[in-house]
Design a protein around this ligand. Structure first.
Ligand SMILES: [Zn+2]
Length: 432
């Protein structure tokens, strides 16, 4: 009798455990690019519960609330953009968030902060939201500001209280202010990030001071591009030693080089999401600038800019070989660059650096997660379910990212139809 009771109890508890474990979402027959390495795991089942990957297996078993058959398709972790300038209005912000989503980008690091972004994060990153996760900074520090110790402390304190992720520096008045700000950041455990810092005098902050500061990332290849070989080598080893991350922002340099004619610029990826008025304003500005400069000077400028871009490609190759972490960071902050689309554009530019597709994709996935110590960035049991669905293998061809089949993020699955609807909604809004 006792044995029977134990047996029944066991059966019942197993039933309840397995029922409680029933996944919310199951994706079967899928090829997984986990981003733990550059291999593909074929014909797998991925089970998700409460936004977490609970099982990966080569056999499909059990049921789920929603199951999709992804035969012939691939999944890889969703993408991130580590250098974003948010717009000034909420209406534009919503468009930017959606433009990122339709390109598979679910994480954004703001590199031009404002205090009101804090309330935007509360609104857009609510518990059940599918909008990209925002990583924030307060308004950037620049050399024009003359801050007292007390002012700097209340600035850092206010950032900490709002749970902002970093303090951005464009430049800083003088070295002693840099040291003071850095020591406050150390007390409050707040990271610095931004430009390789220059002073109001035009000089750089002392190299020793910079590399022993709370800096966690340098933007635009500052401190490297345009420097001599010896300085580049020395700083690359310092970056590696101090685990400082580099955000190359090649798209910004490429578009800014003036290499494209206005006709080519009109056809850049994502330009359908720019209103006619905005586009004409951009074109007019470009034409005026080039006219004022004169044909010869303009052509010369493009040649020089492209030469500088080539040097940047070589530096990125060296950084990669030295094992310095890098983040995907287009800096789509000026004209002819569109949120989300610029993430894919940046990947194409990175192809000029001899990085493999795997190394490029790491910049937008694993490296971002590592930078913020987050539980995503790879596809593994126990990680957040945060991935994109593709109909080709991006390790072989990055172009497949341009034809997104779905996004799974924060317990939402946005399939191709949902993404298309979102796309059409944005088109309607911008063309109004
Ligand atoms: Zn920027």
């Amino acid at each position: 009798m006792q044995k029977i009771v134990i047996l029944i109890t066991l059966i019942l508890s197993n039933y309840f455990i397995s029922h409680a474990q029933e996944p919310d979402f199951l994706i079967k027959n899928v090829s997984i690019i986990s981003m733990k390495d550059n291999t593909v795991l074929k014909n797998q089942m991925v089970a998700i519960k409460d936004g977490q990957i609970i099982e990966i297996a080569d056999k499909t078993r059990g049921r789920a609330k929603q199951t999709i058959d992804a035969k012939g398709k691939f999944i890889m972790p969703s993408l991130s953009d580590a250098h974003v300038h948010f717009p000034s209005t909420e209406k534009e912000m919503e468009i930017i968030l959606k433009l990122n989503l339709i390109n598979g980008v679910t994480k954004l690091r703001s590199m031009r902060g404002d205090w009101n972004h804090y309330s935007w994060r509360q609104k857009y990153n609510s518990i059940d939201s599918y909008y990209p996760k925002l990583y924030l900074s307060p308004p950037p520090i620049s050399r024009g500001q003359d801050l007292t110790l007390v002012e700097m402390e209340s600035f850092v304190k206010a950032s900490k209280e709002r749970n902002l992720d970093l303090i951005k520096i464009l430049s800083i008045k003088n070295q002693s202010m840099f040291k003071q700000l850095d020591s406050i950041c150390k007390i409050y455990k707040m990271s610095l990030a931004g430009h390789y810092p220059r002073l109001a005098s035009g000089n750089e902050v002392n190299e020793d001071v910079i590399f022993n500061s709370s800096y966690t990332s340098f933007e635009h290849l500052g401190g490297l591009a345009g420097e001599n070989t010896e300085t580049i080598q020395r700083r690359i080893s310092l970056l590696k030693k101090k685990s400082i991350t580099i955000c190359p922002t090649l798209s910004w340099y490429s578009v800014g080089s003036g290499r494209y004619t206005t006709e080519e610029s009109r056809k850049m990826p994502g330009m359908e999401f720019v209103s006619k008025a905005k586009m004409e304003e951009w074109i007019e500005g470009t034409e005026k600038y080039r006219e004022k400069m004169g044909v010869t000077a303009y052509k010369e400028e493009v040649v020089n800019e492209l030469k500088a871009l080539d040097q940047k490609y070589k530096i990125i190759k060296q950084l990669n070989e030295a094992g310095v972490p890098m983040l995907l960071s287009p800096d789509a902050s000026s004209k002819y660059m569109i949120a989300g689309f610029s993430v894919l554009g940046e990947m194409n530019l990175l192809k000029n650096t001899e990085l493999s597709n795997y190394e490029i994709l790491k910049m937008a996935t694993v490296n971002f997660a590592t930078f913020f110590k987050e539980n995503f960035g790879t596809i593994e049991v126990g990680k957040n379910a945060d991935f994109i669905l593709l109909d080709g293998n991006p390790l072989e061809d990055l172009k497949t990212l341009e034809n997104l089949q779905g996004v799974y993020y924060n317990q939402h699955f946005l399939d191709k139809n949902a993404l298309n609807t979102m796309r059409n909604d944005i088109l309607k809004t911008v063309q109004k």
